[in-house]
Write a protein that binds this ligand. Sequence first.
Ligand SMILES: Cc1ncc(COP(=O)(O)O)c(C=O)c1O
Length: 514
Amino acid sequence: MLREAAQLGPSETLDPQDWADIRALGHRMLDDMIDYVATIRERPVWQPIPDVVRAQFREELPRHANELGDVYRTFADFIAPYATGNVHPGFMGWVHGGGSAVGMLAEMLAAGLNANLGGRDHVPIEVERQVVDWVRQMFGFPAGASGLFVTGTSMANLMAVLVARTCALGKSARQHGIGDQGALLTAYTSKAAHGCITKAMDIAGFGSDALRCIAVDESHRIDIDELREQIARDRAAGLKPFLVVASAGTVDIGAIDDLDSVAALCHEEQIWFHVDGAFGALGVLSPELAPRLAGIEQADSIALDFHKWGQVPYDAGFLLVRDGECHRDTFAAPAAYLRRETRGLAAGSEWPCDLGPDLSRGFRALKTWFTLKTYGTDRLGAIIARSCALAAYLEARVRAEPRLELLAPVNLNIVCFRYRADDADRVNREIVVNLQESGIAAPSTTMLDGRLAIRAAIVNHRTDRCDIDALVASVLEFGARRAASGADLTFATQRATNSQSERQIQSSTRINNF
Ligand SMILES: Cc1ncc(COP(=O)(O)O)c(C=O)c1O
């Protein structure tokens, strides 16, 4: 180790010897990435990863230096062409946002500043505070509300469970654990809620059995009567209901719970009202959708992702809490090395590290600030409304096509449907794999009432009618082929697709042609 250190010149750092070289390469990277986004339609949505590509990432730890240009070439040849695909308008799987060129540039600027947003007195913290204030205004929360950026809604939901825990048990639970009182606490959500709520209850120390998953109606909205009855049954059994998690956009079909009724019930029962608004909450930006979210402004806390419908590049999750003091009581932990001053760099209490588990935090706020400032919330709201209109268009196409079947009501931007066939689960699973491997479209699957559905979540601002038409045409084509074949044809197709990808690699080695 010492011998290695001795090889460094006396003032040698990691900065380049010649800034002109890195400037030129940096400009090229920027041009390439702008081209990548601008010409995204010319590429497949996603493509299978050939073994030769995977092998690039099974190397020994690089002890010795490599030329930056060579490292970049590996990125251009082997990473960029094999990314998830959610930048592409044909990506409709899970609930992935498309990002934007503006967000991409902001990420570069944030990386240059290399700011640590755990705390201290610098303007990046003010930028985060500005966005917190904007989010507060979006949801009509009071001035004392607090908020911060986190990785995603899974983390924001977990933190909300912890804040609700503090509200129910007091701060002392942080020292003593949840104890006997905590063992009596019960939480409520719907059967259609995202799995991260169950995980949050487990991680928070309550155990997932303390979460009651309430039945839903035919539109996948929580059954309020059943919720009320379950709370009453639990109280009668000596338990202490402390939290209801409502969904503003369920993951499977985009259902929005009756938030007004949940709010009223929580108020009556003195229970923490949290909204999982991972993607749906930003529907408040659209005048058409906002009325369907009525009641969200009464929540005690809201979890949401700017990286979904907000089109901010990953990751940009967010937690908003009405009672900032309770939020602080849940996470603030004084430490000598984090002492606050009235002047100097350590001034400016409160720090974001007081509001969450992370001390070191990146500048997620910058890409969100750039996105909100550059596009404005009206335009983002219009993009959100358009993806719902596209979902309605897909619904109409499915309804008009006798070979297709709609499997769930279309609430927002998610359409669940399938190709009619004997052995429909197998056929539709294969259709989705074939669609993904063809590079034409990338929906995902889910199970609805025991039936496998093709699930198209339209989130990307680039998605247009032509992408919906391509999806429908391909489902019909692959469906006809799959229904006529046995399972082994799938593997033959996969082999063919793989060798096609190998050919693509050989022809994509130009550095500026991902
Ligand atoms: C309703 C809902 N809740 C929570 C999550 C988890 O969010 P994240 O992936 O940002 O952690 C999702 C993800 O799609 C979701 O749709």
